[in-house]
Ligand binder design. Structure first.
Ligand code: PLP
Length: 382
């Protein structure tokens, strides 16, 4: 059992705010702040401790591998999720018959944009639309995925409404047609267990500033072992080479590992912070976090439904993640009014997003429900 009361003392912001916005940016833990400070102290002390920095970069990779259930050599540590996706896209070819990319309409814009950017190389992008209830049924994927599909790009949890896709079933559909699957797990990892082997995905991308409690400016790409040798990115750099110290200007010799999807100098300060954040998540255990957050958000949804609110997030536990999206008539204004009451949320699609993490508790639900009902005129009620 997670000791949430004790955990909350690591996050000073919680002493004065009901912070329910971790899908935008996770809270700063004391340990993560100390990690940043350690980086600065090291700079003052030694000037440039290159060896320690590279070790920290590798430690981030090792922790991510543990978290994802992968091998460290299957992980590229990148400057953002987009950077990893661009490197991956640059390695795929679209001139043959299999030039179709199936993209769910639950994707974060970067995922749609990067695949559309491949149209110049011959890619065809087909979107899988959501239905009137704000969900994407499996039949819609079944219709879109065919023998010409090279890749299916899906998000684990939708950043707009918190809906979760049935990854296992979509992977089975893709396999039947010989297509690869890319999972964007940015809105789930850290708050839910993401086991790339159990999910059987080919690629996974995300970053460290949300539920992984790290910082902006660092992300990752998982590439399943057997794909690495067959995929050579056109994006490269010295940290993508087989030997970073080779200093060969006359050729590109990509790493035999997923490091080939990296580029230049690692985001060193961000590695320090990311490592500290990852250590908190790993110590608590992703499955224990998922259970806690699942129950907490379930209670929150029940309270809101009983109070007559309308939710954009499916109530079914299997169809949702750590976000509860509440329908509003003016979500921007409502989010601002909640913030005045020290209830921190965000808005998308005219929904207020309450994005819970393991440090949230029932007191935060109380604060959210009270603040929402005090602004009832801005809600869309049942
Ligand atoms: C689901 C999802 N994917 C991708 C991104 C973009 O990540 P990055 O800015 O690291 O490229 C975000 C950012 O919020 C996101 O929520």
């Amino acid at each position: 059992m997670i000791n949430v009361k004790q955990l909350r003392t690591k996050f000073p912001t919680l002493s004065h705010k009901a912070y329910i916005n971790s899908g935008s940016y996770g809270l700063l833990a004391i340990e993560v702040r100390q990690a940043f400070e350690r980086y600065l102290a090291d700079r003052l002390e030694s000037g440039a401790d290159w060896g320690a920095w590279v070790q920290c970069y590798e430690d981030v990779r090792n922790r991510l591998a543990t978290l994802l259930g992968a091998n460290p050599d299957e992980i590229a540590v990148t400057a953002s999720a987009s950077a990893g996706l661009n490197a991956l896209a640059s390695a795929l070819g679209f001139s043959g018959e299999r030039n179709k990319i199936v993209v769910s309409d639950f994707e974060f814009p970067t995922s749609g944009q990067i695949w559309h950017a491949q149209e110049r190389a011959g890619a065809r992008v087909e979107h899988v639309p959501e239905n009137d209830q704000g969900y994407i049924p499996l039949e819609a994927f079944e219709r879109a995925i065919d023998e010409r599909t090279q890749l299916v790009a899906i998000t684990h949890v939708c950043y707009r409404n918190g809906a979760r896709l049935d990854v296992a079933e979509i992977v089975r559909m893709a396999r039947r047609k010989g297509a690869l699957v890319l999972l964007d797990c940015f809105q789930s990892i850290g708050a839910m267990q993401v086991d790339v082997r159990a999910l059987d995905v080919d690629f996974a991308a995300g970053g460290m500033l949300k539920y992984l409690l790290g910082t902006a400016g660092i992300g990752f790409l998982y590439v399943r072992e057997d794909h690495i040798a067959t995929l050579t990115p056109k994006a490269s750099g010295w940290f993508a080479q087989a030997d970073v110290n080779a200093m060969e200007v006359s050729r590109n010799f990509p790493s035999p590992t997923a490091r080939r999807f990296q580029a230049g100098t690692p985001p060193v300060p961000n590695c320090y912070a990311a490592l500290a954040g990852l250590d908190i998540i790993l110590a608590l255990g992703p499955l224990a976090i998922e259970r806690y957050v699942g129950e907490l958000t379930g209670r929150c949804m029940d309270r809101l439904l009983e109070a007559g609110c309308r939710l954009a997030t499916p109530r079914d536990d299997a169809q949702r993640g750590p976000t509860v999206a509440i329908r509003a008539s003016d979500a921007v204004e409502l989010t601002n009014r909640l913030a005045v009451r020290n209830v921190i949320t965000s808005s998308r699609d005219n929904n207020v997003r309450a994005m819970f993490h393991v440090y949230n508790d029932d007191g935060d639900i109380d604060a959210l429900v009270d603040a929402l009902l005090a602004n009832r005129s801005l809600l869309r009620m049942q």
